[in-house]
Write a protein that binds this ligand. Structure first.
Ligand code: NDP
Length: 309
């Protein structure tokens, strides 16, 4: 098999982050997919050259992610230091003094003594039963800073924060977030939020990178689909697939895409995007698919405090 490598960029705290991550969220998983598939996917991904894995407490698969990493280390493919692991704090652990214990629980499940990046998953806080709470994410952030101080995570950041939430956090923190992870794909291009984060030195991880290209069965799903002729022409020109064109589009925009796959062939395909480049015109052409339409909107929280969308 061809082993591809994603280059690294430097975060605002000096740590290095590989610009492509394996997604392990279970939102698109087929009914036949098991947690054991996650363990295999992580091992296959590392064999294929991935050095960055994205998980979260709420995915309920940190244990399997940790097992996949342990398998790769046992096989001598990588050392712990060569892998970048991202996990996330769930909404029901937002009180300042809950953050460090929540990260310790994640570390126990992962079988690791530190993660590389810990994110506040959403700016929204809930009670443990999922009902709305009203904890200020500035308080949560103090707990994140403590977790970093203790060496339990090397970098700290946020996810799903909107522009004004980012500004308020940056104006009121000791340690600036290194990353904001949010949805970016051809139908949700997010230029204002991306350029704002970049201007503040905050790297952007783009989730659901394929948008509506695959696996999203919605009657109102906007183009591009996998068989889109515009993407198809670019794919033919470069000898790539439409999926690779979309991932490369995100790379050209300076983003860190997080494609999820538990399929050995597709996950190898998804990292094989570092031997070609799209032109500026091609990037602009793909950006014109934008409809500001989200794959992930979590309507159930739209009346909760700090709902970001
Ligand atoms: P993706 O955009 O990664 O799409 C995943 C789907 O695409 C799966 O059905 C997968 O199937 C399929 N697929 C993968 N590669 C290919 C390919 N080359 N060709 C055709 N189909 C392909 O969706 P996600 O929503 O999972 O987002 C990715 C990751 O981002 C998540 O796993 C998670 O880690 C993160 N995320 C974070 C969120 C947050 O709030 N911070 C929210 C949502 C996601 P198969 O596995 O069979 O290949």
């Amino acid at each position: 098999a061809v082993v591809a490598q994603a280059p690294c960029i430097e975060l605002n705290d000096g740590n290095k982050i590989p610009v492509l991550a394996l997604g392990t969220g279970r939102g698109t998983a087929k009914e036949t997919e098991t947690l054991e598939d996650v363990r295999n996917a992580v091992l296959w991904a590392i064999e294929a050259g991935y050095r960055h894995i994205d998980t979260a407490a709420v995915y309920d698969d940190e244990e399997q992610v940790g097992q996949g990493i342990a398998d790769a280390i046992a096989k001598g493919i990588v050392t712990r230091e060569q892998i970048f692991v991202t996990t996330k704090l769930w909404n029901d652990k937002h009180a300042r003094d809950q953050v460090v214990p929540a990260l310790r629980e994640s570390l126990k499940r992962l079988g690791l003594d530190y993660v590389d990046l810990y994110l506040i998953h959403f700016p929204v806080s809930t009670k443990s039963d999922g009902s709305p709470d009203n904890i200020d994410y500035l308080d949560t952030w103090k707990g994140m800073e403590e977790a970093r101080q203790l060496g339990l995570t090397r970098s700290i950041g946020v996810s799903n924060f909107n522009l004004s939430q980012i500004d308020r956090l940056v104006a009121n923190c000791q340690v600036r977030p290194a990353v904001n992870e949010f949805e970016v794909n051809p139908t949700l291009t997010q230029e204002p939020l991306v350029s704002h984060c970049h201007s503040l030195g905050i790297a952007v991880m783009s989730y659901s990178p394929f948008g509506f290209l695959v696996s999203r069965k919605r009657d109102d799903a906007p183009p591009p689909k996998y068989d889109d002729p515009t993407l198809g022409a670019m794919a033919a020109k470069y000898g790539k697939t439409p999926g690779q064109i979309v991932l490369r589009y995100l790379i050209e925009r300076g983003l860190i895409p997080i494609p999820k796959s538990t399929n050995k062939k597709r996950l190898a395909e998804n990292i094989n995007i570092f031997d070609f480049q799209l032109t500026e015109d091609e990037v602009a052409t793909i950006s014109r698919f934008n409809k500001n339409t989200r794959v992930i909107s979590i309507d159930a929280w739209k009346d909760y405090p700090n709902y970001p969308f």
